[in-house]
Design a protein around this ligand. Sequence first.
Ligand SMILES: NC(=O)c1ccc[n+]([C@@H]2O[C@H](COP(=O)([O-])OP(=O)(O)OC[C@H]3O[C@@H](n4cnc5c(N)ncnc54)[C@H](OP(=O)(O)O)[C@@H]3O)[C@@H](O)[C@H]2O)c1
Length: 255
Amino acid sequence: MPTAFITGATAGIGAAFARRLASDGFDLVLLARDTERLERTAAELRGKYAVRTETLTADLSTEEGLAAAEERVRTDVDLLVNNAGFANKGVFLDVPVSDELTMLKVHCEAVLRLTHAVLPGMLERGRGGVINVSSVAAFATRGTYGASKAWAVNFSQGVAADIRNRSHGKVRVMALCPGFVHTEFHERAQMDMSDVPGFMWLDKDDVVDAALRDLRRGVQVSVPSPQYKAIVGVSRFIPRGLVARMSSTTGRKYK
Ligand SMILES: NC(=O)c1ccc[n+]([C@@H]2O[C@H](COP(=O)([O-])OP(=O)(O)OC[C@H]3O[C@@H](n4cnc5c(N)ncnc54)[C@H](OP(=O)(O)O)[C@@H]3O)[C@@H](O)[C@H]2O)c1
């Protein structure tokens, strides 16, 4: 059985990846900070899909958590989903700088270190995949969050290019860039999303489905759903200043 390692596997997009990959027959290594919730998720998936599940309680914003995750991904991981992430409440100067640095640790350092740790084994075995969960915010200008997600896209493309010759297309690295998805993400950051129109919301299972399809096809930057493909496509032709003004208002009210 192939093994998938998923960070942030207890809620939202990560939990949807866990369910879908278990139903596809993957054994799972699930990582998050809340042990009890991890165990509950693991037991549920084990019971329903008869796969092996392992849990790793780790905070990816700490050196200890990062080191434990790095050590585990070095062995027998066929698919790494770097999904854990969060938003801070407020715009740049309203957020303590320590919280912004924590975000860089989880969104950038963890993604870099786990990708670095997992790829040698995949290249040796001649198969594997890494999905780095970014966001359409990577193509807009949304403070530290957008900048960290832009880094994930650029990083994924760079690594994919670096391993191209050694992987013969059998080891893939992809950035996944969803738009708004109903999860715990906005509530945790106390965002008021009431002015975001219905058509801009995506279903997490559809996002996962698109991601796995795009990974199979060798896509490097996956933008699920026609509406966000169009938005990202059009945004390339709009002056950056205007994109900044538009994206600084949509979905950025706080409770
Ligand atoms: N929802 C959206 O609209 C949306 C859109 C685009 C991209 N994304 C991206 O999608 C990813 C998943 O977000 P989501 O919407 O599914 O959020 P979510 O429902 O809040 O789930 C976040 C998951 O990450 C874990 N997590 C958070 N901080 C962590 C840390 N420091 N160390 C380890 N695990 C941590 C949480 O578990 P614990 O609290 O137990 O640790 C939870 O399992 C994020 O990278 C986010 O930026 C979300």
